[in-house]
Design a protein around this ligand. Sequence first.
Ligand code: GLA
Length: 365
Amino acid sequence: MHTNRAARPPMGWNSWNQVQHHVTEDVVLAAAHALVDRGLASAGYRHVVIDDGWQATRRDAAGRIQADPGRFPSGMAAVAEQVHRLGLRFGIYSAPGVTTCAGFLGSMGHEAADAEQFAAWGVDFLKYDWCGADLATPEREVELFTRMRRALDATGRDVLLSISDYGVAQPWQWARGVAEMYRTTFDIWPTWSSVYSLLNQQIPLSRLTGPGCWADPDMLQVGNGDLTTAENRSHLALWCLMAAPLFIGTNLATAEPWLVDLLAHPGLLAIDQDPLGRGMVARAVDGELMLLTKELSGDRVALLALNHSGHDVERAVRPRAFGLDPARVPGLVDVWKDASLDPDEGLVVQLEAHACAVGIAQLAG
Ligand code: GLA
């Protein structure tokens, strides 16, 4: 087990939220090229992960799992090679059951062979997703997820393992040492009610996240569905305060420039990737505003005020409202504007529905 495999929350692109199981090599390679060409790879999004739906309907004569030849005509090794040539890491999906969540072939009973096949293809990341397996108990889950961890390690290839049981068997209690990230919730949808519900589910679990083993409140829907501009911005900002793994799930070849700029926002990504690796803390609900913090390195604290109401709000939020002693806050920065603020005046909040203000408070030593 490499303990430094995920010192920061992993970042990349995953096919699921964009195309569900209709994934093809063209979709994957277009995403890989867009990550590089649009500056997202250099912003930190380095994994290209093929989610469910890539598998052929049966194994080959030697029992090896195969890619669907219609959707991956070049074969998986060639796709991985092209991803690697772009300087990116290649990820794939399987399940500990006989079938995957979308009914494709899973790895149960074939763990060693599948791990070897993935390693031979050049896989660097495996999403291993429970729902086709039998009833979840912590013991059964630890057994099956550990079996794949060992199978991957036995190949000698350095593979990051992302497990999902949607929080059913409390993976925050046992995932460390098995996987580098664990889902805590059921699936995200491209709606504000889904984003807001996952936020609330993650809050009590956030203190258990950290370097090496990250809580995963599911992938980004930024750019998808009917999320408003404010909701897209808040979704990303909230995931950054949670220190969540950041997996883009929108079409990067066609995404508008403002969306790419949002996904690459250096101030937000620095909060997500802060080396301390702390999760989010809910400080208060103050009328229309939900006040959240995240401890950062360098005696700093990230502050986020979310307008969870359905109407506009205008007011100032001072450091004290976030639980900070105002005498100990000599500096305050507005992260969206990258501009210094007067800490006594606080974050001046003019927020439409579901928008958020984000600041970083400097604390006196
Ligand atoms: C589950 C997971 C999703 C996705 C699908 C694939 O629903 O939670 O993220 O991987 O399976 O079938």
